[in-house]
Design a protein around this ligand. Structure first.
Ligand code: TXA
Ligand code: MG
Length: 350
C-alpha cells in the first residue's frame, strides 16, 4: 500500500500557511492527485478519517453498496463528489450519520414517526427525507429544503462516523448512471486514481441501495424501493404512498428511468422469447434460479431473494465485462427485496 507519510507532512506544512481564495486547498488536492496515481485500498479507519478531515473523498463500505464519501458540512469536498462521479448537481445526496445526536444537527425537526422507524430499522438500509437544518449546505440537497439521512449498518463505517465531527455525504461510488459497486474492487475499477482511498469492508451484505421514505408530509411517501420492503415500513407508518415510477419525479431526481445501467444492452423479461427474437446475437442470461440453458449467471439457485439482491450488481458487472452482445435478465418474484431488484433491472434495461 502507498506510504501516506509525505502527504501527512505536506498537510502539516500547508495547515501552517494562510489560505487565500482556497489556493491551499487546491495545492493539496493537486499534490494528492499526482501522488496517488493509483487509489489505495485498506482497512484503516484512521487513515480514511484523515483524508475525509482534509476534504478528500474516500469510498466507504455500507451494508447496501459502497458510497463515495465526503465531509457533509464542507461544500468544496461535496462538490468533488459531483465532479468525480459526473453527477448532475440537481441530484441530491444522502447524509450518513453514526448517532441520533448528528441526526438532530441535520434536521429542523425529527418527527415521531422517524424515531419509530429508526428504532426498528437503524442502523440499516432506510433513508429518511426530513426538513433540513441550516447546517446542511445546499449543494448536498441540490437546493431542496429537505435532506436525506440514514445510519448505515457496517461496523467500520459506523465506527468511523462516530469518530468524526461531521456527517458523510455519500452517493453510490460509481460513475453517474452506472452499476453500483458492492466490493472495493468494483470501486477501484470505476474510480481508481480519481480518489485517494477506498476503505475495504468486504462485499456488501444487502446489495441494493436503501429504501427512501419522505417523512415531511402528512403521511409517509416511499420514493425508492430498496433494502427494506415497503410492507415492513407500512407496518409502522400505516398509510404509505408509493411514488417511485415517474420519469422526472422532481422529489427524487436520482430515480430517473434509466439508471444503474451496464454498458451492454440489457433486456428484461421472458428469457426464451427475447432470446428467440435475437437469434443472431450472442446472448448471456441473468437468471433468478437458473439460466434456462443459456450461458450466464444465476442470482440464487435456491430462490432466496436476499442472496439474489446481494449478487445482483456483481453479476451484472461480470456479464457486462463478458463478450456477449445482449444481456437478458429475468424478473424475480415481486415481493420483499424482489421489488428493489426488479426496480433496478427495469432502470438498467435499455
Ligand atoms: O444505500 C444507499 O442509499 C447508498 C449508500 C451509499 O448509502 N446511497 C445511495 O445514494 O444510493 P445515491 O446518491 O446513489 O442515491 C440517493 C437517492 C437519489 O435518488 C436522490 O435523488 C435521493 O436519494 N435523494 C437524496 N436527497 C433527497 C431529497 N432531499 N429529496 C428526495 N430525494 C432525495
Ligand atoms: Mg446511485
Amino acid at each position: 500500500m502507498k506510504n501516506h507519510r509525505p502527504i501527512a507532512k505536506g498537510r502539516k506544512i500547508l495547515s501552517s500557511l494562510r489560505d487565500i481564495h482556497g489556493v491551499k486547498e487546491r495545492i493539496f488536492t493537486f499534490v494528492c492527485q499526482i501522488y496517488f496515481m493509483h487509489t489505495a485500498v485498506g482497512t484503516d479507519i484512521l487513515q480514511a478519517a484523515n483524508f475525509l478531515k482534509s476534504g478528500e473523498l474516500v469510498a466507504i463500505p455500507t451494508e447496501t453498496v459502497y458510497g463515495l464519501a465526503a465531509n457533509g458540512f464542507d461544500p468544496i469536498a461535496v462538490a468533488k463528489i459531483f465532479e468525480v462521479k459526473n453527477r448532475p448537481t440537481f441530484d441530491p445526496l444522502i447524509l450518513h450519520v453514526g448517532s441520533f445526536k448528528m441526526l438532530r444537527e441535520l434536521t429542523a425537526d425529527v418527527p415521531a414517526i422517524a424515531h419509530e422507524l429508526a428504532k426498528i430499522f437503524w442502523p440499516g438500509p432506510l433513508t429518511f427525507i426530513l426538513n433540513k437544518s441550516d447546517k446542511v449546505p445546499s449543494i448536498v440537497t441540490s437546493g431542496l429544503e429537505t435532506v436525506g439521512v440514514r445510519m448505515p449498518n457496517h461496523p467500520s463505517t459506523i465506527a468511523m462516523l462516530q469518530s468524526l465531527p461531521f456527517p458523510l455525504a455519500a452517493p453510490s461510488a460509481n460513475l453517474f448512471g452506472a452499476v453500483s459497486p458492492t466490493t472495493a474492487r468494483h470501486v477501484v475499477q470505476q474510480l481508481g486514481s480519481k480518489i485517494p482511498f477506498v476503505l475495504d469492508g468486504g462485499p456488501c451484505d444487502v446489495g441494493v441501495e436503501s429504501t427512501i421514505v419522505d417523512l415531511t408530509g402528512k403521511h409517509a411517501v416511499l420514493l425508492r424501493k430498496g433494502g427494506i420492503a415497503p410492507e415492513e415500513i407500512a407496518r409502522i407508518t400505516g398509510d404509505l404512498e408509493i411514488k417511485t415510477s415517474g420519469t422526472s419525479n422532481p422529489k427524487a431526481p436520482g430515480m430517473l428511468i434509466s439508471h444503474y445501467a451496464p454498458g451492454k444492452r440489457l433486456s428484461v423479461g421472458d428469457v426464451k422469447r427475447i432470446a428467440a427474437n435475437n437469434k443472431n446475437k450472442k446472448v448471456f442470461v441473468l437468471g433468478f434460479r437458473n439460466t434456462a440453458g443459456f450461458p450466464g449467471k444465476v442470482l440464487s439457485e435456491s430462490g432466496d431473494l436476499r442472496e439474489a439482491a446481494k449478487n445482483l450488481f456483481a453479476h451484472l458487472r461480470e456479464l457486462d465485462e463478458s463478450d456477449c452482445d445482449l444481456i437478458i435478465a429475468e424478473r424475480v418474484p415481486d415481493e420483499g427485496l424482489g421489488l428493489a431488484i426488479n426496480d433496478r433491472l427495469q432502470r438498467a434495461s435499455s
